[in-house]
Every structure is written in C-alpha cells, then in structure tokens.
Design a protein around this ligand. Sequence first.
Ligand code: SF4
Length: 330
Amino acid sequence: MALTEEHAAARMKGIGGSEMATILHKEVAESGDTVYGCPLALYFEKTGVAADYPFPETGPIKRGVALEPEVARLYCEETGHTIRRLPHKTSKERPWEMVSIDRQIIGEPEGPGVLECKTVGRERWFQIKTKGLPLGFVLQVLWGLYVLGPQYRWGAIALLWADGWEHPHFRVERDQVLIDMMAEKAAAFWNYIKNRTPPKKLKYKDPRCQGCRWRSSCQGDELIEAAGQDIESFEEIEVDEELSPKVKLRMELRDIENTAKAQRTEVEGQIVEGMAGREIIVAGGHRVIRKKREGGLMIDTPRMKRDAPEVFEEWSKSRADSWPLNFYPI
Ligand code: SF4
C-alpha cells in the first residue's frame, strides 16, 4: 500500500506504536530481534525531508493489510474474545503520543485490551520459532496500553504465518518498567524532531541502509566509495532494466540465506544446550550426535609469508582467474 499524502501527514504529527522498535533500536538489537528501522530515517520522515526513492509497495505490506481481518477473526475464534475497531487516539497531555491499534478487546473481566494482528513471512516465522516473540511487537502493544491509559492492563499479539497456516496468539501484560523506559525514549526522540536535531546516522555498511529511501542523500559518498574499488568511472554505466528482476531476486535470496544461516546457528546452539553433555540422542526423527573431533594442524599462511617468504614462494601455486559478482546499492 502506498503511503498516501494524508497518511504521511498524519504520521508527521507524532509517534505511534509501530515506531517504537525503531526508537528503541539498540534495545531491540540487544534482545536478539532483527532491527529494521533507523532513527535517522524516521527523523527524515517526521520532519518532511524528501526521500530519494518512493515508499515501496511491497508484498508483505499489502499482505498485512489484506490479511489483518482474517488474523483478527482467527484470534476471536480461538479465544472467544470480542473485539472491535477503535479510532486513532492521541494522548491528552502529550498530543504527539499517538496510537492506532488493530483492534480493541472488550468484555473481559480485567478490562479492555489491545490486539495487534501480525502476518509474518517465512524468515520472521522461523525467527519467532527460534527466538520467541520479537520485542518490537511487544513494544507496540505496550505503547497502545500506555497511550490509551491505565485502565488498559493487557493486550495480545495474534500472528499468522500464511504459508503454513499457523496462527498462535500471545498475551502481553502491562509492564510499567518497560512502558516508562519507552515513554522516556519516545519523548527524547520527539525532542530531536522539535529541535530539528537529527540522530546519528548508521554506518553505511548497515543492511538497513541498503534499502533505505534516503540512502543516496544520506550515505551517497560512502556508498559510492564502497563500490569505488571495482568501478573506474561512475559516468556512463549502462542501465539494463531487463536484468532488474533477476538482481532483485538475487538480493532477496541472499537475505533468505543470511537469515536462515543465523537462525540455524541459533537453533543448533539451543540443541547443544538441551543435550546437556549427552553425546547422542534421538529426537525429531533423527539421531543427533555431538562428539569431540580432535583438532589438527593448519598452516599459518600470513606468518609463513612474513617469516619464511622463500618457503611460501616455493610451495605456492597460481590460482585460476575468477569473475566474482558484486552488488552495491545506488
Ligand atoms: S541511509 Fe542508513 S543511516 Fe541514513 S537514514 Fe537510511 S538507514 Fe539511516
């Protein structure tokens, strides 16, 4: 869904729950959750700095909008809770504190609750299975509880992984310590905006910069420098739109590969911990074996080059030419 002018203008008036993960990006990263947002990009958005690239109409955004009613329906079917839509709200004392919750849960003895509906893709789903509920989702619910008032003491996150049609839901209790910390950080961020003081930019190699809408004006020189070693001239580089879908597909596959690798390492660590020193177990239809493999010797090439260059020379052989394929964002 494209970010309409009306939508963009509304977002500039304050801070909402979906932005908490960006504002608390360090805490989110420390929790082991993937950080998608950048505080500087959020600052650009809130202060109306023109982006270099349009808001992407990505499939996951359209999927989230289209499936939100279904996620809410599944939640009600499984819990028996009653839900309804609640209009956009702002705090009376601090009008820049805004919230647009997916649904309000009503009719429960503990009072009204906040429901957030999330449709997740495969990578996110496996991340949740590996590491648990992302902190960013929890922060969003807590922000809703905070802005709507102390009578909101609980909330829930309903998930849908559409490929596997799995739809768990999780209860979130009001956590005043986290709420206070979040409110303080959000106020500090809002001060950046009011005082037109931009937060620090990320290092240009940060993956968040690769797809950022402000990447050219924010990191242009560094991004170009990063590619400079392989490019003799930035003038007259041919644009080949026919290859664009393949390049985009390659970048998506690279992301899947990186995420899957990180998640596999994480889950293997959990298995080792669960094996608690046992050498062999049977689980999940497999024999799982963890035995010590004796270490061996290896050549310390940098040292040999430095201390015995003649030996290195004598035992070296030439390597065939290769044609590595490198990709740099523009
Ligand atoms: S290019 Fe990087 S540092 Fe700059 S706004 Fe975008 S994500 Fe943030």
